[in-house]
Ligand binder design. Structure first.
Ligand SMILES: Cc1ncc(COP(=O)(O)O)c(C=O)c1O
Length: 456
């Protein structure tokens, strides 16, 4: 199976009206009068969507945009991918919803999924379906607490695990917890090994050890104040926190210390998984076996679904109804998911993501030599972060410049989103199937946009 067929609209980007165009403006007005003010994406990208193909989106005014956003890593195989689309349509003709009962879609999906899992989870894990990313993380921490009979979950600064009942406590940005009206209960955060902004003055090569030593102190010492630790929850590459790739020794060290104290290691692959980094799972780069993996976003090919995969022995005696719900394991999503995973297994796409990802990263690195406002470029595969600063020496974040670059790119027809502790990291997360000409046009637009936004 080859991955280099064309799916996108040929002439993108093509912006023919002022933005938003008149028809978009009309729909945006109607949306504003009907929907909550708390929406966020509509503030970033002011267009109303007609349809999307591959790595391009057409608005209702006929403007064409290059999509470097991919619904936040949901559309890894591109919009309207014919293979995924066919799997969905065939399934719709069969059955659209059934609660838990076996369908071919469900069982085929699980068999394919477990065949891809990292380390000794491969072909041996149990799977529990959930609906959203937050829901999967919620199930993961509930399972870890159930297995260990200990409540505290250790998470990391910069973490994003979703916004829902309990898991919002693991999400590090305190605004979300405050909005949810919940206090931080039974969670303890350690700094992530974010070498560019590590809070302690230590050598780069010592950062993982400093973090993991601190974790070991929490696991060993009943007087640490963290409580009894029942799980460690980590993103193998941080997503919303700023596309932060930890040093290579971090996950192996984390695995070693969690093994030593028999604490479940939960790896959240919701953003980094399903091929995004050039392997099906980002944690594969480290060679570790997680105890529980959280999976969502691109696994449903655009239809909401999520799940956890975990060590078989955690399943013994798990009571009926443990983390329950109506919509778990939607057949259409799972038929799509099976097509997505088989495509990743059988095509040359992962290899392409690794080589094309390093080419794209090198281009951003070239821009960093041209523009003083780029403090660091980092990433793996198609998860590339460009951190924008006021001053390279002080590393003072410049979210205003990042926002301007985003707006300038939008005016020129490219959707690129931000992330990071201060909203100052521009992130490259296009579909993995993006055609080379769209990458190159987008990169030139980034350069132009940066130049106008920074006045350089
Ligand atoms: C790593 C990670 N975990 C969990 C979530 C939450 O997923 P959802 O928005 O589907 O609840 C996200 C969402 O961006 C994420 O990136």
């Amino acid at each position: 199976m080859k991955s280099d067929y064309r799916m996108s609209f040929e002439n993108a980007p093509s912006v023919k009206t002022h933005l938003p165009g008149p028809k978009s403006e009309e729909l945006i007005k109607r949306q504003d009068s009907l929907e909550t003010e708390s929406r966020t994406y509509t503030k970033s990208f002011k267009l109303a969507v007609k349809r999307a193909r591959g790595s391009t989106i057409e608005d209702v005014d006929g403007n064409l945009f290059i999509d470097w956003f991919a619904g936040i890593c949901v559309m890894n195989l591109g919009h309207a991918n014919p293979i995924v689309r066919k799997a969905m349509i065939d399934q719709i003709d069969g059955i659209v919803h059934i609660n838990e009962l076996p369908t071919e879609a469900r069982i085929n999906f699980i068999e394919t999924l477990v065949s891809t899992l990292p380390g000794s989870l491969k072909n041996r894990a149990k799977v529990m379906f959930t609906v959203t990313g937050a829901d999967a993380c919620e199930a993961a921490i509930a399972l870890a607490r159930h297995v260990t009979k200990k409540k505290t979950i250790v998470a990391f600064g910069g973490a994003y695990h979703g916004v829902a009942g309990d898991i919002v406590g693991a999400t590090a940005n305190y605004h979300y917890r405050d909005y949810a009206g919940l206090s931080l209960q039974n969670f303890h955060h350690l700094p992530y090994p974010y070498t560019y902004r590590f809070p302690l003055k230590v050598r780069k090569e010592d950062v993982s050890k400093v973090v993991v030593d601190q974790l070991e102190y929490l696991l060993r010492d009943p007087y640490s104040g963290a409580g009894a630790v029942g799980g460690v929850l980590v993103e193998p590459i941080q997503g919303e926190g700023g596309y932060i790739v930890p040093p290579d020794d971090f996950l192996p060290m984390l695995r070693e210390v969690t093994d030593k104290y028999s604490v479940p290691l939960i790896v959240d692959e919701i953003q980094s998984g399903v091929g995004r980094t050039g392997k099906i799972w980002a944690s594969e780069y480290s060679g570790i076996t997680p105890d529980i993996v959280c999976i969502s976003k691109s696994i449903g090919g655009g239809i909401p679904t999520s799940m956890i995969a975990y060590r078989e022995e955690y399943d013994k005696g798990l009571p009926g109804g443990f983390h329950f719900g109506t919509y778990r394991g939607n057949p259409v999503a799972l038929a799509a998911g099976n097509a997505v995973l088989n495509f990743l297994k059988n095509s040359d796409l992962l290899e392409h993501v690794r080589s094309e990802g390093s080419r794209i990263k090198s281009r951003f690195e070239e821009f960093s030599r041209e523009f003083a406002g780029i403090g660091e470029v980092r990433g793996r595969g198609f998860m590339i972060g460009t951190e924008i600063v006021k001053n390279r020496e002080t590393k003072e974040p410049d979210p205003a410049l990042a926002l301007k670059v985003k707006e300038e790119m939008f005016r020129r027809g490219v959707l690129m989103h931000t992330c990071g502790h201060y909203g100052n990291v521009m992130r490259y997360m296009s579909p993995l199937t993006i055609e080379k000409d769209l990458v190159d046009r987008g990169l030139e637009i980034f350069r132009d946009a940066f130049s106008s936004a920074s006045g350089k």
